[in-house]
Design a protein around this ligand. Structure first.
Ligand SMILES: [Mg+2]
Length: 427
């Protein structure tokens, strides 16, 4: 992953766009040349020298400070090429451990003081929804200024902040605020702001889409805004892309801020009193684990995408295997087939075989889920199976998955009244 923006900046965009902050509740915060800045923070003698992070024969540049960029050095450029461009530069090895530690401190110690409505995009970049924080803070730019001041005072590095009504414009604003700036784009100016940009100034427009648009005579965001939706769809062969471009050219973006939970995984496991080879016993245990984990997911309001099965053998060795599913879920009925599939794969049991004895004795078995997201923020789309199962008559979802999940919610209610072991789902 690259941590150095190559998005085009326009000097003329870094100016006062007005002070009407109404509706501007999205902040995009991006550290300036994060890795390089952190190296300078711990080696102050390097300040004002070109600093390039990434060294070695086959390495690429991970980060370069603004002094190094004046030599034409860019992220993902081979480090050897950077050496040629800037022989007097200071080349340092990448220290991910250090950068991640400071990143965690900044997110946990500074950003989280404003709100928990944060979508972290990478180690040095996030979106923040400050709508709920305004009662206390009153103004989004005041929040932005405070964040910048705190980061500078505590870590001796700078960050740039974009303030706007949506993620697209906030990100383009922080890009154009760099380095070490804050840019507010009032709602009434957002179309004008994006329309002064080249096509590549819109995040998501890469070289091939740019070329495609150029072939149709579209060479700027202003020109893009003149193209109607059906023509855009013809140009891009994609309704979704056409709609996004149509919106973006007007400074519109309907994407929500998706907060990821600090909770990384939820799991259940059990050590047997004796080593077990009885397939039914292991399956029954994993079934209970799925049931418990799904119940915890629902109680906490999460859905999960990754399922991991863990087995410990009599020699105490441990093995785990994971699978990421397409559709995030909080239902045991969806977790169980994946869990069994992983168990088969781990023990080398063919998909069509149903042995009563496992090929290997097991001391501990368990399963966990990760890649969690808030259920309310996750669009749960029906699978093709679901759609085929729809009656389609009354418009209500009556698919198997939905009915099973309903049954599980009923079990949650019974358990909360009569205790965790009062009811189990017989899938
Ligand atoms: Mg950055």
């Amino acid at each position: 992953m690259l941590h150095m923006s190559t998005a085009p900046r326009i000097a003329a965009a870094k100016r006062d766009w007005g002070h009407d902050e109404r509706g501007c509740t999205v902040l995009h915060i991006d550290m300036d040349a994060f890795f390089a800045s952190l190296e300078i923070a711990r080696h102050p003698e390097l300040a004002n020298r070109p600093v390039i992070v990434g060294t070695g024969n086959r390495a690429v540049v991970s980060a370069a400070n603004y002094e190094a960029r004046t030599y034409g050095i860019n992220s993902a450029m081979p480090a050897s090429r950077a050496h040629q461009l800037c022989p007097n530069g200071v080349f340092l090895p990448v220290d991910h451990h250090y950068y991640s530690r400071v990143s965690r401190e900044i997110f946990g110690g500074i950003f989280s003081q404003v709100t928990d409505r944060i979508e972290q995009v990478s180690v040095d970049e996030c979106y923040m929804d400050v709508a709920g924080a305004l009662l206390e803070w009153r103004s989004p730019t005041r929040i932005g200024a405070w964040l910048r001041e705190q980061v500078r005072a505590r870590y001796h590095i700078t960050c740039s902040v974009g303030v706007a009504s949506n993620k697209l414009v906030a990100k383009m604003a922080s890009t154009n605020a760099k380095p070490d700036g804050l840019l507010l784009i009032p709602v009434a100016r957002q179309a004008e702001f994006v329309q002064m940009m080249p096509l590549r100034g819109i995040p998501g427009i890469g070289p091939s889409l740019e070329r495609r648009l150029n072939e149709h005579g579209v060479d700027s965001v202003r020109a893009l805004a003149q193209i109607d939706l059906p023509l855009l769809e013809t140009m891009t062969n994609s309704r979704a892309t056409a709609q996004r471009l149509h919106d973006a050219a007007r400074g519109l973006d309907s994407r929500e801020i998706v907060t990821h939970t600090p909770e990384k995984s939820i799991g259940a496991e059990h050590t047997f009193e004796h080593d077990v080879t009885d397939a039914a016993e292991v399956c029954a245990l994993l079934r209970r684990c799925c049931d418990d984990v799904a119940s915890t997911l629902r109680r906490k309001g999460f859905v999960a995408r990754t399922v991991t099965v863990k087995l410990r053998f009599p020699d105490l060795s441990v093995t785990t295997k994971s699978l990421t599913i397409e559709q995030p879920t909080d239902a045991a009925s969806a977790l169980l087939p994946v869990t069994f599939r992983l168990l088969r794969a781990m023990l080398g049991i063919a998909a069509d075989a149903a042995p009563t004895r496992l090929p290997r004795a097991i001391r501990l078995a368990g399963m966990s889920v990760s890649s969690l997201a808030e259920r309310t923020k996750t669009v749960v789309q029906p699978t093709i199976d679901d759609m085929l199962a729809e009656s389609g008559v009354d418009g209500h979802t009556s698919s198997t998955q939905t009915r099973l999940r309903g049954a599980e919610e009923t079990l949650d209610a019974i358990r909360s009244r009569f205790g965790a072991d009062s009811a189990r789902l017989g899938i």
